[in-house]
Ligand binder design. Structure first.
Ligand code: ADP
Length: 168
């Protein structure tokens, strides 16, 4: 039995088809994958951590070796807690590289047991980000091709409600 545990960390606010592609590919490479919703102090999220995790669970329910968790702390501490083998990250373009390289080296220093593994984004998801989904959705654009079906309605409802709040 494959006992390797990969952790896919991110803010997933909301999860996009780009994230889902990376998670599915990681699920083929490792025995178990834990998708962990983290707090990014530099960003003000649209969805709560629990809601982001709930949307991930509904989008990944067909993958038996994938679990979703939330963690409010250092990734290095989480890796030790779950005895993770690898941190799996997606790379879209050169612009992602510098930040991801810095994070990988920092995590290696804080948790030498875990290796960071980079998967290249699928060509058709190269341009996709949670921020693009939120901007397009908030201006009434069609985001159906950008997010997994179970989360489409959730996002629509939230964005429509927030537009109503802006108007009131
Ligand atoms: P962050 O809060 O660090 O920006 P995200 O939640 O946006 O994290 O993303 C989590 C991980 O998913 C990161 O490794 C990021 O590079 C990757 N990712 C984001 N969007 C895509 C995409 N369209 N294709 C492939 N990987 C992606």
């Amino acid at each position: 039995m494959d006992k390797t545990i990969a952790v896919c960390p991110g803010s997933f606010d909301p999860v996009t088809c780009g994230h889902i592609d990376i998670i599915k590919r990681a699920a083929k490479m490792f025995g178990q994958v834990i998708v962990v919703v983290m707090t990014n102090t530099a960003k003000r999220p649209l969805f709560s951590g629990e809601k982001r995790a709930d949307m991930l669970r509904r989008s990944l329910c067909d993958l038996p070796n994938v679990q979703v968790d939330c963690y409010d702390g250092l990734l290095a501490d989480y890796m030790r807690k779950v005895q993770g083998t690898a941190i799996v990250k997606g790379l879209r373009a050169v612009s992602d590289f510098e930040y991801e390289f810095q994070m990988a080296l920092t995590n290696k220093k804080l948790c030498p047991e875990a290796e960071t593994v980079f998967l290249t984004a699928d060509a058709q998801n190269m341009y996709l980000s949670s921020s693009i989904v939120k901007s397009v959705g908030s201006m009434g654009g069609d985001i159906r091709d950008f997010v997994p079906p179970p989360v489409y309605e959730e996002i629509q409802e939230r964005l429509v409600n927030s537009r109503k709040e802006d108007i009131l």
